[in-house]
Design a protein around this ligand. Structure first.
Ligand code: PNR
Length: 269
């Protein structure tokens, strides 16, 4: 049966438009195929999302449905996502996590170094000891971060790049914990809070330098946490010393979204 020319023309126009949209969606305006992201999320508890709840069946690794890697995967349809970050991970543990990175991986995020630097011991010492004991412990940690951590990070970032030379590698840092002086009247002294914040700054500068040396992008989260850290007026992005103890000094649900996910999206889309 003959199709009237007017209807035929209309159909072809609509088909053409639909195909055009499909082609644009597939290849983008530049004409290159936009393959779906193959994303592997590595790292410690700041990446697994300790403190943000909803850990599903991830056991001791405490991988949260509210953690920034999961938020990024949810927002990018079609992403192949391997979430292997784990609470308590040090650089040596992340070397094992790298087994999940392959030559087809296109995006890797990682936060690591805080546990190597003795984060838990620093916080315990600063909570229980004198100002001077706390300052000394932080200084020991800073010496470690400046002298020993760079080599450990080079090994981690280098191995990731070797397994996935084409992947974008994003290194995320850690927040300053405190506003000083702030609106907290109990707990640590301002001297201790200032010392701990300076430990965060030392970590940020070493993480940034080692990331740059490997062609990785460093996402500095300190700015996003400002005004939301402990003793700030909002004080909503970080748990202070709390129960369960493991949540202490870790991002809340709001902290994962506003402090980590938002700067990650600003950095890579
Ligand atoms: C120069 C270092 C000074 C250290 C004080 C400054 C801290 C700012 C940076 C915080 C880094 C925290 C990284 C730790 C992430 C992590 O995995 O935490 C843990 C979470 C849970 C456990 N655990 O054992 O259950 C152990 C550790």
């Amino acid at each position: 049966m003959a199709v009237p020319a007017r209807i035929k023309a209309l159909s072809f126009t609509r088909l053409g438009a639909a195909l055009g949209v499909a082609v644009l969606a597939t290849f983008g305006l530049a004409g290159t195929a936009q393959a779906a992201t193959d994303y592997v999320a590595l790292g410690d508890s700041y990446s697994s999302g300790v403190g943000a709840g909803s850990y599903g069946n991830s056991g001791d690794c405490m991988r949260s449905a509210n953690a920034y890697p999961q938020l990024w995967a949810n927002a990018h349809a079609g992403t192949t996502f391997k979430f292997v970050a784990c609470s308590g991970a040090r650089t040596g543990d992340v070397l094992n996590q790298i087994a999940n990175v392959t030559s087809s991986t296109t995006l890797v995020t990682v936060s690591v170094g805080g546990n190597d630097a003795g984060f838990a011991d620093v916080m315990t010492t600063c909570t229980t000891g004198s100002d001077q004991t706390c300052v000394n412990r932080v200084n020991t940690a800073k010496t470690y971060v400046n002298n020993t951590l760079p080599g450990l990070l080079d090994n981690v970032y280098g191995k990731i790049k070797a397994k996935a030379p084409g992947a974008k590698l994003v290194v995320l840092g850690y927040p300053r914990f405190y506003t000083v002086p702030g609106s907290c009247s109990v707990g640590l002294s301002d001297t201790k809070r200032t010392a701990i914040n300076s430990g965060s700054d030392t970590l940020a500068s070493v993480l940034s330098a080692r990331a740059s040396a490997h062609g990785a992008k460093f996402v500095d989260v300190r700015g996003a946490f400002t005004g939301h850290n402990i003793c700030s007026s909002a004080s909503d992005y970080l748990h202070s010393l709390t129960w369960p103890i493991v949540n202490s000094y870790h991002p809340t649900v709001a902290g994962q979204r506003g402090g980590y996910y938002a700067p990650l999206v600003s950095a890579i889309g």
